[in-house]
Ligand binder design. Structure first.
Ligand code: SAM
Ligand code: FES
Length: 354
């Protein structure tokens, strides 16, 4: 590691901010040594705020019907080989019941963009979960909707919303999505969600096609200014039935490097160590935590639908029961000296005075 890179890491650790050119340089000059120093600082600041707690969120994949056609995504509309499904309200509640008994206090309802899950249907489901489990947080990840829709869902009790921005570079966004999809609208949605009082998560795939150190630097600058409550980053992994089938996956090293940088940019951020990271490497999720992540999201979906929610090839945890997934993650976290906690796990901004 050069003195210059070391000084950039020191600056990021002290000031939580770099210029666009500095982010780019930090990304371009990654090395094992630089990654180790970044991870050391990231873990230190994360421990100061969250101790050795890793928050657990129960992921319920409510449906794989999607009107969109993102070029990277296995459940895109054009993929005719997918067996489509939608969970019923009863099935979703059963997943929440099972999760509650296992100790989960946050449920993440994720799915494709599907008019079937109208405001009326979603509000009913959210209200039911909140009535049954008022001590739980409901997180939604249902893509782009209107301001009025987001408002209705919030009113029904939704607490958080995950909407990865995918890339902060408009030209790059347009290479990953069909012309119908709009970068400006996605960014507008994030602003509206925040305005409505949600805890908001953004994020991007690491190693997505056409990604460069410039686009990544823009992602980091965006995260620095938006200060998301949550930030979902995981490696891009090709899916055999998409136009990006022959592209390479993102790497464990680069994902972990970026996890550490994001922790230092905004120390209180809730940062998942994703299933995609666990898919590209057997110890991927452990490495993510050791780089500064502090959230894991085991799957609570019924086993019968898990394989159908295949965003990328070889996704892990598609055969296990929810309890098995939780046990497995507990053991993995314990093995690296961390404790999973199933409480509501809100962002701790108060412990951070930056
Ligand atoms: N429809 C919602 C949305 O667009 O936000 C939520 C579901 S979407 C499938 C969830 C996330 O999966 C996307 O934001 C994207 O970053 C990620 N994803 C999709 N395809 C992927 C792939 N091939 N590799 C890694 N992650 C992928
Ligand atoms: Fe469904 Fe991208 S293919 S949101």
């Amino acid at each position: 590691m050069t003195e210059k890179v070391k000084s950039l890491i020191e600056k990021l650790n002290a000031e939580h901010s770099l210029t666009l050119a500095e982010y780019r340089e930090l990304i371009e000059s990654s090395s094992e040594e630089a990654a180790a120093l970044l991870a050391e600082y990231a873990v230190k600041v994360r421990k100061k705020i969250y101790g050795n707690a890793v928050f657990v969120r129960g992921l319920i994949e409510i449906g794989n019907v999607c009107k969109n056609d993102c070029l990277y995504c296995g459940i895109r509309r054009s993929n005719r080989t997918v067996k489509r499904y939608r969970l019923t309200r009863e099935q979703i509640l059963e997943c929440a019941d099972e999760g509650y008994l296992l100790g989960f206090r946050t449920f993440v309802l994720q799915g494709g963009e599907d008019a079937y899950f109208s405001d009326e249907t979603m509000c009913g489901i959210i209200r039911d979960i909140k009535k049954r489990y008022p001590d739980c947080a409901v997180t939604l990840s249902l893509g782009e909707r209107s301001f009025d829709s987001y408002r209705a869902l919030k009113k029904a009790g939704a607490d958080r919303y995950l909407l990865r921005h995918e890339t902060a570079d408009k030209a790059h966004y347009e290479k990953l999505h069909p012309p119908k999809m709009s970068f400006d609208n996605r960014m507008k949605c994030l602003v509206e969600l925040r305005e409505l009082g949600y805890r908001v998560g953004c994020g991007f795939m690491v190693g997505s096609p056409f990604q460069t150190s410039e686009t990544l630097a823009e992602d980091l600058k965006f995260i620095e200014s938006f200060k998301p409550d949550m930030c979902g980053i995981g490696p891009f992994i090709p899916h055999r039935e998409t136009p990006f089938r022959d592209e390479l996956s993102g790497t464990l090293e680069q994902t972990c490097y970026l996890l550490s940088i994001i922790r230092l940019i905004y120390p209180p951020v809730l940062l998942p160590s994703t299933t995609a990271l666990g898919t590209i490497h057997p110890q991927g999720r452990e490495c993510g935590i050791l780089s500064g992540a502090n959230v894991v999201m085991p799957n609570l979906s019924p086993v019968s639908v898990r394989k159908k929610y295949e965003l990328y090839d070889n996704k892990i945890c598609t055969g296990e029961e929810s309890a098995q997934c939780l046990d497995c993650l507990n053991a993995r976290m314990n093995s690296i000296g961390y404790e999973t906690v199933v409480d509501i796990g809100d962002i701790r901004k108060e412990n951070y005075n930056g």
